[in-house]
Ligand binder design. Structure first.
Ligand code: LLP
Length: 420
C-alpha cells in the first residue's frame, strides 16, 4: 500500500497537505514552484527536545549552520538560546547577522584560512575546534600578532565506525578530520608551547545521519577515558563538544530519540565537570522542511516511466550525491485510490544523477500537479547551486497560519551578478 507520510507539522487535512495551519497549495499559488517550505513549530520542537533531554546538565546546543543557513532559521533557534556551529568566514558572517552572541559560536573545519581565523578571534567566538597541529600553530601565531588569548578545543578523531554513508563518515582514522590520540596528547602535554592558546576543550564529530547510539557511546567511552588520563596529568577539560550526527527518519529508519540518546550519553559524563556542547544540524531542521515541485511531463519509455519535475539536483542534491531516500507524495491526494505505479522522479538537469526517486511506487500522477519531497530541511537549500543556469528556489517559513517569505526566488540577473 502507498503510505502518505505524516511528517511532524506537515499533515493532510481533507486530502490536502498542510504545513501547520497553511495549505501548501496556497503557498505554491503565491510563491511558485519549486519552493522550500519550513515549519517553525517542528524546528523549535526538535531543538527543545534535545534541550530538555539534556536539561539536567544544561548543555550549549550549537545548531550546525551548514544544515540550513537561512537567517530566519538561525534567528529562530538563537532566540531560543541556541549557539551556532560554523565552518567558515561566511558562516561566521551569517551567525553574526543572525545576532548570535559570539560566546555561543564554535568553529570547526580542517582548512581555516588566516583571514578566517583572524576574523573569528577578533569577534571573540567561544572556541575553535582545531583539526591539525599546523592549524594550531597558525592560530597561535595569529593570536600572538593580535595579542589575544584564544580558547581551543582539540578535535579528536576517535577512530569509530559510525555505520552511515561513507561520504558522511568523519571519525575514522582514514578520514581527514580531527587529530589522533597520540598527537593530541603531545599537544596537551606541551601546551606551554602555545602561550596565546587556552587549550581547554575536546571535540568529536564522528559522522552524520547516525541512527544508533552505539557509535556515539563507543566514541564517548574513549573520550571519557582520555579526559581521565588528562586529569591525571593536571589538565582540566572545560568544554566537551560531542558534535552532531543524530539521524532522522527519511524512510523506515528508527533513529534514537533525543531522550534515548541523552540516556545513553549522560552516564558517561558523570565525572565530567565542564560544559557539554552539542552540534546538531539535521536533527533540528531535517524534518522541518519540504521541497515542493511541479510535474512538468510524464514520459513513458519502453522500460520506464519518468515523472519529470521542475526541481532538480541543483535544488536538492542528496539523492544524486548519497543515493539518499526522500519520501515523495502529492500535495493533493484526492482520487489517489487506484493501483500504484513504479516510476522514477527526475529533474530537468543534463545528468542521469538528477533524480529524486528511482523505481518508486507512487499513485497515479498527472502533469501539472505538485509533489512534496520530504526531509528536505537539512542539506537541501544549503547545498543548492545554479548548475544548468537554474535559479535557486524561494524559501517560506510557516508559523501557525502565517507564512513568511524568508528568501525570494533568484532571477536571471542573480546568475551573472558577480561576473565581470
Ligand atoms: N559538527 C560538525 C563538525 C560537522 O561536520 C557536522 C556536519 C555537524 C556538526 C552537523 O551534523 P548533523 O547533526 O547535521 O549530522 N550533506 C550531508 C551531511 C554532511 C554533514 C557534514 N557535517 C547530507 O546531506 O547527508
Amino acid at each position: 500500500m502507498f503510505l502518505f507520510i505524516i511528517m511532524h507539522d506537515f499533515k493532510y487535512k481533507d486530502n490536502q497537505l498542510y504545513c501547520e495551519g497553511i495549505k501548501i497549495q496556497d503557498l505554491v499559488n503565491r510563491f511558485g514552484s519549486p519552493l522550500y517550505v519550513y515549519s517553525y513549530n517542528t524546528l523549535i520542537d526538535h531543538f527543545l527536545k534535545l534541550k530538555i533531554a539534556f536539561g539536567e546538565i544544561e548543555p550549549l546546543i550549537c545548531y550546525s549552520v551548514k544544515a540550513n543557513s537561512n537567517l530566519a532559521i538561525l534567528k529562530a533557534v538563537v532566540d531560543k538560546g541556541a549557539g551556532l556551529d560554523i565552518v567558515s568566514g561566511g558562516e561566521l558572517f551569517y551567525a553574526l547577522k543572525a545576532n548570535c552572541p559570539p560566546d555561543r559560536i564554535v568553529y570547526a573545519s580542517v582548512g581555516k584560512t588566516e583571514k578566517e581565523i583572524e576574523e573569528a578571534i577578533k569577534r571573540k567566538i567561544l572556541f575553535f575546534n582545531v583539526e591539525s597541529l599546523p592549524e594550531l600553530q597558525s592560530i597561535q601565531r595569529i593570536a600572538k600578532k593580535l595579542k589575544k588569548i584564544v580558547n581551543i578545543a582539540i578535535r579528536i578523531n576517535p577512530d569509530i565506525e559510525p555505520m552511515t554513508h561513507k561520504y558522511i563518515t568523519t571519525g575514522k582514522l582514514t578520514n581527514k578530520f580531527g587529530i589522533d590520540f597520540d598527537t593530541a596528547s603531545k599537544i596537551f602535554l606541551q601546551r606551554s608551547k602555545f602561550p596565546n592558546l587556552n587549550i581547554c576543550g575536546i571535540h568529536i564529530h564522528i559522522g552524520s545521519q547516525i541512527i544508533d547510539s552505539r557509535p556515539f557511546v563507543c566514541a564517548l567511552k574513549k573520550i571519557s577515558n582520555y579526559i581521565e588520563f588528562l586529569k591525571k596529568n593536571n589538565i582540566r577539560i572545560e568544554y566537551l563538544n560531542i558534535g552532531g550526527g543524530l539521524g532522522i527518519i527519511y524512510n523506515k529508519e528508527k533513529p534514537q530519540t533525543a531522550k534515548s540518546f541523552a540516556l545513553s550519553i549522560l552516564p558517561l559524563l558523570k565525572n565530567f565537570d565542564g560544559k557539554l556542547i552539542l552540534e546538531p544540524g539535521r536533527f533540528i531542521v531535517g524534518n522541518a522542511g519540504i521541497l515542493v515541485t511541479k510535474i512538468l511531463y510524464i514520459k513513458t519509455t519502453p522500460l520506464k516511466k519518468f515523472i519529470i519535475v521542475d526541481a532538480g539536483m541543483n535544488d536538492l542534491i542528496r539523492p544524486a550525491l548519497y543515493g539518499a531516500y526522500h519520501q515523495i507524495s502529492p500535495l493533493n491526494k484526492k482520487n489517489k485510490k487506484g493501483p500504484l505505479q513504479k516510476v522514477d522522479v527526475v529533474g530537468p538537469i543534463c545528468e542521469s544523477a538528477d533524480f529524486f526517486a528511482k523505481d518508486r511506487l507512487l499513485p497515479q500522477l498527472e502533469e501539472g500537479e505538485y509533489l512534496a519531497i520530504f526531509g528536505a530541511g537539512a542539506y537541501g537549500f544549503s547545498m543548492s547551486s545554479n548548475y544548468n543556469g537554474r535559479l535557486k528556489p524561494p524559501e517560506v517559513l510557516v508559523k501557525g497560519k502565517v507564512a513568511k517569505l524568508i528568501r525570494r526566488r533568484q532571477n536571471y540577473f542573480d546568475l551573472i551578478r558577480e561576473q565581470i
